[in-house]
Design a protein around this ligand. Structure first.
Ligand SMILES: C[S@@+](CC[C@H](N)C(=O)[O-])C[C@H]1O[C@@H](n2cnc3c(N)ncnc32)[C@H](O)[C@@H]1O
Length: 256
């Protein structure tokens, strides 16, 4: 990802693993993107790539009658999702698997829908298009979110923040090009509303950071990392007009 030290990652996961979700999004947006997948078979096979602790996986389980394979490379998130699935009696219909999106242990051309919220960029959007297309049956759908620049010349601190995690971030037009170049038919897109950043993501993140500031009250190194993590929601308060999260829905042509 980037060159942060081990203490940073320890604190990062202590914050992030405890959030309802690990990126922007909400049930309303998941539902809206799912509605764009018109004609999805009732008992569809769904792959959720980079599922985190699985908030959207659980929404997909609720909104469909399909079978879901949810994949993430971070084992503790998959363990947490497995516990939730067991508690909700969903373990038969939803399988949570530790796996790397770039080298998936999943059968090719076997999914009606590939889903991914805020995760495909980790393997590069171009590469991700090829991975997702390889998983899909002809006519299968791809629904994913990705961060995009909305305005040119962002303030240096905004540019620096995204350069750390997503240096290749492009515009909506760049993602649309990658979709088409990847052999998909573009269906539609929409911008995630502000509440999708706050309700299940930044608001609980700020609460969690406050809890951990109390826990690490005398630990200057931990407090410095927490200050660093707190900059992300703060940056969103001041500069969210420069960037957005877009939901993209596309389809593998039925005839290829
Ligand atoms: C921004 S989070 C989004 C999580 C979840 N989809 C959500 O919206 O709450 C990105 C997720 O991608 C996962 N990830 C990063 N690289 C990955 C890879 N190569 N294969 C699988 N998962 C990966 C991370 O562990 C993280 O859970």
């Amino acid at each position: 990802m980037n060159d942060h030290g081990s203490r940073f990652w320890e604190l990062f996961f202590e914050v992030y693993e405890n959030l309802p979700r690990q990126g922007p999004g909400n049930r309303h947006c998941t539902e809206r993107a799912l509605r764009l997948c018109a004609g999805l078979p009732p008992a569809s096979m769904i792959a959720d790539l980079g599922c985190g602790v699985g908030r959207q996986t659980l929404d997909l389980a609720d909104l469909t009658t399909g079978s879901i394979v949810a994949v993430d490379s971070h084992a503790p998130s998959i363990e947490r999702l497995r516990a939730t699935l067991a508690a909700r009696g969903l373990s038969q219909r939803v399988r949570a698997q530790v796996d790397d999106m770039a080298h998936l242990d999943l059968p090719p051309e076997s999914f009606d829908l590939v889903w991914s919220e805020g995760a495909l960029y980790n393997i590069g959007i171009g590469n991700a298009m090829s991975v997702c297309r390889g998983l899909l049956l002809p006519g299968g759908f791809l629904a994913f979110t990705d961060a995009v620049w909305r305005k040119e010349d962002p303030p240096p601190e905004v540019k620096a923040s995204f350069d750390l995690d997503y240096p290749a971030m492009g515009t909506e037009a760049d993602v649309m090009r990658a979709i088409r170049f990847g052999g998909f038919e573009f269906i539609d897109r929409f911008t995630l509303p502000d509440e999708a950043w706050w309700d299940d993501f930044y608001t609980p993140m700020e609460q969690r950071i406050m809890e951990l500031r109390r826990k690490y009250g005398n630990d200057d190194e931990a407090l410095a990392v927490l200050d660093q993590l707190a900059q992300e929601p703060e940056m969103h308060r001041s500069h969210s007009d420069y960037y957005a999260y877009e939901f993209f829905v596309a389809r593998r042509p039925a005839t290829t």
